[in-house]
Design a protein around this ligand. Structure first.
Ligand code: FAD
Length: 322
């Protein structure tokens, strides 16, 4: 079996940018694109979105699938090879590393992990339908909140932690009012976020819906409201709205590396040296949302993909592998 110089796991913005840079550095990268691991598909999370309006270079926006096709074609043009399968197992205990899918076993000197993080959803049928059709349901306020369809509208944010309040306050820039639906009668968010929340409530820009969960999402082509269930009484009520934003956390796709690489307390891959993509084992690099619980944007994923390829190329050169 010949040994690869660089294998990339994942074909979202991080993995494919790593592939573009690695291919141009003559590393002839092999990308495991994934098939359905982590509930994702080749191309990653942007394959589930219609308009991407904040990726630089597209003044009129671009659809997620078109953007990811361009990434893939660009990497292929410079010699990237693809395997459209999920990686089931990796062995980081020996060198070269071993990467296994159902049909392939490959050895590689450098490994770039870019398996992403999936947004947590309520898992309701109508929620998924409207999220996938661009019908006003989203898991990313920064990505979608500025769209004209949400301007001056009543919006709902589900969640009660710091990121829920962060996303909700961002939405108050555009919305008429933002309702926070939380299953408890107080927030989990820290003190500073709570203060921001109560200030916005006083200003009439935010309104809590305590002890409540979203039980159903209403609307045919576009969301018209949510059905809320009171977790204490079981009572059901309707809340009209024109946008629903889930902010109940993300799950990093790190099942493959659990117990093999250092992870942080949220399960994301730990990068011991700030500003570098080196993971806790030499020769392993991480890029994109799998190592980033803060920004989780296509452009930051692409940026760290670039870093991982450059770090890998320099590390390989230092080992005398060129
Ligand atoms: C609905 C939605 C809309 C969004 N809109 C925007 C937006 O407008 N602008 C923006 O900047 N960001 C947006 N985001 C966020 C953006 O999509 C992510 O930040 C970005 O895709 C992260 O890139 P990534 O490469 O790290 O991971 P992902 O895009 O998540 O890709 C992960 C890749 O890893 C693969 N994979 C996972 N496990 C395995 C395995 N075991 N073996 C092989 N492959 C595997 C998957 O198949 C996938 O190809 C949106 C996210 C969502 C969910």
């Amino acid at each position: 079996m010949s040994v690869e110089k660089a294998v990339v796991i994942g074909s979202g913005p991080a993995g494919l940018t790593a592939a573009i840079y690695a291919a141009r550095a003559a590393l002839s990268p092999l990308v495991f694109e994934g098939f359905n691991a982590g509930g994702l598909i080749p191309g990653g999370q942007l394959m589930y979105t219609t308009e991407v309006e904040n990726y630089p270079g597209f003044p009129d926006g671009v659809t997620g699938p078109l953007l990811m096709k361009a990434f893939r074609d660009q990497a292929e043009r410079f010699g990237t090879r693809y395997i459209r399968e999920d990686v089931n197992e990796i062995d980081l205990g020996k060198r070269p590393f071993v990467v296994k899918s159902d049909e392939h076993t490959v050895e590689t000197h450098a490994l770039i992990i870019a398996t992403g993080a999936r947004a947590n959803w309520r898992g309701l049928e109508n929620e998924q339908r409207l999220a996938q059709s661009g019908g006003g349901v989203s898991a990313c306020a920064v990505c979608d909140g500025a769209m004209p369809i949400y301007r001056d509208q009543e919006l709902v944010v589900v969640g009660g932690g710091d990121s829920a309040i962060e996303e909700a306050s961002y939405l108050t820039k555009f919305a008429g009012k933002v309702h926070i639906v939380h299953r408890r009668d107080q927030l989990r968010a820290g003190k500073a976020m709570q203060e921001r929340f109560f200030k916005l409530v006083d200003e009439g820009k935010m309104q809590p819906q305590w002890n409540s969960v979203v039980d159903d999402v209403l609307g045919d082509q576009f969301i018209t409201g949510v059905q809320l269930k009171d977790v204490k009484t079981g009572d059901v009520r309707e809340l009209p709205c024109r946008g629903l934003f889930l902010a109940i956390g993300h799950t990093p796709n790190t099942e493959l590396v659990k117990g093999k690489l250092d992870l942080d307390d949220k399960g994301y891959i730990k990068l011991p040296n700030p500003g570098s993509s080196h993971a806790s084992i030499e020769g392993v690099f991480a890029a994109g949302d799998v190592a980033d619980h803060l920004y989780r944007q296509a452009i930051t994923a692409a940026g760290t993909g670039c870093m991982a390829a450059i770090d890998a190329e320099r590390w390989l050169a230092a080992q005398g592998i060129e």
